[in-house]
Ligand binder design. Structure first.
Ligand SMILES: Cc1cc2nc3c(=O)[nH]c(=O)nc-3n(C[C@H](O)[C@H](O)[C@H](O)COP(=O)(O)O)c2cc1C
Ligand code: SF4
Ligand code: SF4
Length: 253
């Protein structure tokens, strides 16, 4: 089994590791321009952004060529997934591919302008992540065939959200971040950035290819990076995933 994944704070990597198989980081495959794959089972695992795919995952799908007999996709999310997986299945059809199984899994929401991480952590048990994850892994093993449905209203609403989000997330978002005096130029933010958008010299500077993944904001060991509109200054990394694993997944330098 071959699994392609993208992660900023570890949730999607935790799901990918639990699913098993040979794992490939999408940012690294894009960097190495490695796009040809063939395996019996192929899977895609990623966080849901704005009820849709992160731009980096969309870009990978536009480039990859693969052959498989069974294909699945899992979106990790923190609050509402919208018709993300329904739309992905439609995209697969447009490409001439077949998505056999698509599912979503509710985890900690790392969207700092919307959610307070302490609240997320206090309620995480209710999400029964490991129980749902086991069901999903069993479904993949049993080669389940199912794609979630979406109502017309959900699809219209999501199309509106997408056009708004794509205007807001123009790649320059990180240029609005505030770096405070705690920054000791350790370089970690640059290593966890999936697009190589961060330069660390006399000061930290952000380029114009930001995914708004908040990886740098959550992972900075000094908690020195802040959004102007964050709900709190508490940060998150999935407890089963190490800093080194996030660096290996995303480092572009
Ligand atoms: C820019 C951005 C947009 C997000 N949009 C959504 C969303 O539409 N719905 C949702 O439930 N969670 C949303 N989230 C939360 C993430 O999907 C969720 O926390 C995910 O599990 C993070 O995965 P990761 O740890 O692998 O990066 C968003 C997070 C970010 C950073
Ligand atoms: S990770 Fe944090 S402390 Fe390290 S260089 Fe980046 S902003 Fe500074
Ligand atoms: S600059 Fe920060 S938020 Fe933007 S893509 Fe890089 S790690 Fe993610």
């Amino acid at each position: 089994m071959t699994v392609f994944y993208f992660t900023a704070t570890g949730n999607s990597l935790y799901v990918a590791k639990t699913a098993g198989g040979k794992l490939y980081s999408i940012p690294q495959l894009l960097k190495d321009k490695q796009f040809n794959f063939e395996d019996d089972v192929v899977g895609f695992i990623f966080p849901i952004y704005g009820f849709g795919l992160p731009k980096i995952v969309q870009k990978f799908l536009e480039n990859i060529k693969f052959k498989s007999t069974y294909t699945f996709a899992i979106g990790t999310y923190g609050n509402m997934h919208g018709p993300c997986m329904y739309n992905l299945a439609k995209y697969f059809i447009k490409k001439g591919w077949r998505l056999n199984y698509a599912d979503t899994i509710l985890m900690v929401d790392n969207y700092l302008p919307g959610f307070e991480i302490n609240n997320q952590l206090n309620t995480v048990e209710n999400k029964r992540i490991d129980k749902h994850l086991k069901e999903i892994v069993d479904n993949i093993k049993n080669k389940k065939n199912s794609i979630p449905a979406a109502t017309i209203m959900e699809r219209i609403f999501t199309a509106l959200v997408h056009s708004l989000v794509s205007k807001l997330l123009d790649g320059k978002s990180a240029q609005q971040y505030i770096i405070n005096e705690k920054c000791n130029k350790c370089g970690t933010c640059g290593k966890v950035c999936p697009t190589g958008n961060i330069e660390i010299r006399d000061k930290i500077t952000f380029g114009n290819v930001c995914e708004s993944c908040y990886g740098c904001v959550h992972i900075c060991p000094q908690n020195a990076i802040h959004l102007r509109n964050e709900k709190s200054d508490i940060r998150f990394r999935n407890e089963n995933i190490t800093l080194q694993e996030i660096i290996q997944s995303n480092n572009q330098k």
